[in-house]
Ligand binder design. Structure first.
Ligand code: MN
Length: 264
């Protein structure tokens, strides 16, 4: 099929609602939850999101409204580039400005672990779990995102969302073998999660520490954190548009994540 016809078809399918656009992005605001790390590890603190008003149709600027904004790169719904982790530092094209842009438009497979995450906040997705999902929905094709649906984004308070105990966070994540499997055997672009970061709350105590960061970025793969509305996606067949800000040598950035979904 000629490419021009395909684009014309896509435009028409979007206009008619046959293909729907789903927003997988949380609203950025001062209350946006950010990753809590043990202070004794000396890892410093990522700035929360904030806006400072420059003017709003007033004596500071009579006809215009605008703000200065500040936040850590890893705030709210955000992209993790391979350069984020020590294991990913030697790769080429591994930062927000140098990643191949083709990765920013890619298919998504959505693995549902809602029941498991509800039963056990420390649930770690295993290779067998992924294979059982594939037996039902089909094999994950190369060059796709794997999205981890937990409905965690539906938590209504930051306290429940971060679920911090005296011993650290308790939110679902990955068995290290699953991260290796998805990068090596399924050649994913990366994984996306509904929780505050791509690793489990118990990530600091896993081996290796923060396995998704360690092994995904070590394999030059990416991450998406704090996604929402994964319940509106089919297990397979959605197209993700997820392009980070083009920050020179950026380790990640907040972004708008959109999914194109065939209407049922
Ligand atoms: Mn991050």
């Amino acid at each position: 099929m000629p490419a021009q016809n395909t684009i014309t078809d896509l435009i028409q399918l979007l206009a008619s609602g046959t293909i729907r656009v789903v927003d997988l992005t949380r609203t950025l605001e001062a209350e946006t939850p950010i990753l809590q790390l043990p202070e004794e590890m000396g890892w410093g603190k990522s700035l929360p999101f904030s806006l400072e008003e420059i003017s709003r149709y007033d004596d500071r600027g009579p006809a215009w409204y605008w703000n200065n904004l500040s936040c850590g790169e890893h705030t709210g719904t955000h992209f993790d580039a391979p350069i984020h982790w020590v294991t990913g530092q030697e790769h080429e094209h591994h930062a927000t400005d140098s990643l191949p842009i083709e990765k920013f438009v890619a298919p998504a497979f959505v693995i549902d672990a809602v029941a498991e995450a509800a039963a056990d906040p420390d649930f770690l997705m295993t290779v067998d779990f992924v294979k059982a999902w594939e037996a039902q929905h089909g094999k994950i094709t190369p060059g796709a995102w794997v999205l981890y649906r937990t409905d965690w984004s539906k938590k209504t308070s930051n306290e429940d969302y971060l679920n911090m105990g005296e011993d650290g966070g308790h939110t679902p994540g990955w068995d290290p073998e699953t991260v290796k499997f998805l990068s090596q055997e399924r050649d994913v672009i990366g994984v996306g999660v509904e929780t505050v970061g791509t690793d489990a709350g118990i990530g600091p105590t896993q081996e290796p520490m923060f396995p998704c960061h360690n092994l995904m970025h070590g394999a030059n793969r990416c991450g998406l954190a704090s996604l929402c509305n994964l319940d509106q996606l089919p297990p397979a067949g959605a197209l993700l548009i997820a392009a980070p800000l083009k920050i020179k040598n950026g380790s990640g950035s907040p972004l708008r994540v959109l999914a194109l979904v065939p209407e049922q």
